[in-house]
Design a protein around this ligand. Structure first.
Ligand code: FMN
Length: 387
């Protein structure tokens, strides 16, 4: 089994990717989207969203990060993908699921699911622009207004030359309202031969178990569930019987009828299988609050180093707001800090209640020789929120 960390613009940036991949269990991250309109973006834009590109496209814990492009113009996407490819990304992902009105009005994101031919055209153009061997993946919803063309869309993406497909099991119209229709992912799997990754509404180990069963997929992508519960990927892997240390992902439930998605690394594309070996982790099964405290302080330090002063307190509260779903201590912290917007006041509270920041970054020793302080890895970024 491979677990991917979802792209989440405005929430899951390089700082939170750094923190969450230190905890462990994640094989691959997909970055928040990089919007492509009518020009080839300067390199600094790619580095701003994915500073990991400066370090082999990996987080400090050694987990590959795949940049995601969002747009509707096939030629322009292809040109941008070609430039991005020169920066050594861990593959390139295409966004066919964004529900934002402004994006959809310009024909991008989920709006493309109304037009499988255009989907095919875009994927094929991007594929042609990329060097052989560079993984091209796509992420789609089940449809725009309804899910009647989900299989057509998946077939168009696969025929265009995508190597992997993530399916968020909802239509654009369903937005983020539960439930997610995992059983429809099984239909998509049956329609294509490329590996399919299931995504949507996995908050607990039990959700993951039910998603695997309903979708037939053994590869999962976790988004908000990982932000709320940073130990979720480790717990899911443990539950699925994955052999973490050996990197030999076994496949307890199998993936009946789904070609190329079995847990055997030999049947997965290199981008997924290679990352199932040597999964970085902090050496604990699942972080309790004592293990999470240094991670919160480290996240705060990253914010101090890279985020505009006015946005720092908001970033911290945003993460605490998710964590309080799982950790009562986060609920207390969130309640205490709810009205705090001054970064100095927040820092004083954090140091008083969580302790002083760690001398070394949490999980620094997980992959000897791989670690780099994120302060070096990330160019300064002042516009993270709402980028
Ligand atoms: C705040 C937020 C931002 C998101 N940004 C992106 C994005 O940039 N690209 C993308 O493909 N999906 C994006 N998504 C969708 C997620 O990747 C994921 O498909 C969705 O949250 C369902 O998975 P989950 O239930 O595990 O969170 C975003 C979702 C949220 C909540």
């Amino acid at each position: 089994m491979a677990i991917l960390l979802a792209p989440m613009e405005g929430l899951l940036d390089f700082a939170l990717r750094d923190v969450l991949t230190r905890v462990g269990g994640i094989s691959l991250c997909v970055s928040e989207f990089i919007r492509v309109t009518d020009s080839v973006l300067p390199e600094r834009v790619f580095f701003r969203v994915v500073p990991e590109l400066a370090h082999g496209s990996r987080t400090p814990a050694g987990v590959p990060v795949r940049p995601q492009l969002l747009g509707s113009d096939a030629a322009c996407l292809a040109d941008n993908a070609a430039r991005l490819a020169t920066l050594g990304p861990a593959g390139i992902d295409l966004n066919f699921g964004c529900p934002a009105r402004i994006v959809n009005r310009h024909g991008g994101g989920a709006a493309l699911l109304k037009d499988p031919e255009q989907l095919h055209h875009i994927v094929a153009a991007v594929r042609r622009a990329l060097p052989t061997g560079l993984v091209l993946s796509a992420k789609m919803r089940l449809g725009f207004d309804d899910d009647s063309r989900a299989e057509d869309c998946a077939r168009a993406i696969a025929a265009g030359g995508a190597d992997e497909l993530v399916v968020h099991a909802r239509t654009k119209a369903q937005a983020y309202r539960p439930p997610a229709y995992w059983e429809r992912i099984a239909d998509v799997c049956a329609a294509v031969t490329i590996p399919v990754v299931a995504n949507g509404e996995i908050w607990t180990v039990d959700d993951a178990r039910r998603c695997v069963q309903a979708s037939g997929c053994t590869n999962l992508m976790l988004g908000r569930g990982m932000v709320a519960d940073p130990g979720l990927a480790l717990a899911v892997l443990a539950d699925q019987g994955a052999t973490l240390a050996a990197g030999a992902a076994d496949d307890p439930q199998g993936a009946p009828g789904v070609a190329g998605v079995a847990g055997d690394p030999a049947t997965m594309p290199a981008s997924v299988s290679a990352t199932t070996t040597g999964i970085p982790r902090m050496g604990i099964t699942r972080p309790g609050w004592p293990e999470l405290r240094p991670l919160l302080l480290y996240f705060w330090q990253l914010n101090l180093a890279h985020i505009d002063a006015r946005a720092r307190a908001g970033r911290m509260k945003q993460w605490l707001n998710f964590l309080r779903r799982v950790y009562p201590e986060a609920e207390q912290a969130f309640t205490a800090l709810r009205t705090v917007s001054d970064a100095r006041v927040m820092q004083a509270w954090l140091h008083e209640h969580l302790g002083t920041p760690p001398d070394t970054a949490p999980g620094q020793d997980v992959q000897p020789g791989r670690h780099m302080p994120m302060a070096d890895a990330a160019p300064s970024r002042t516009d993270v929120i709402g980028a």
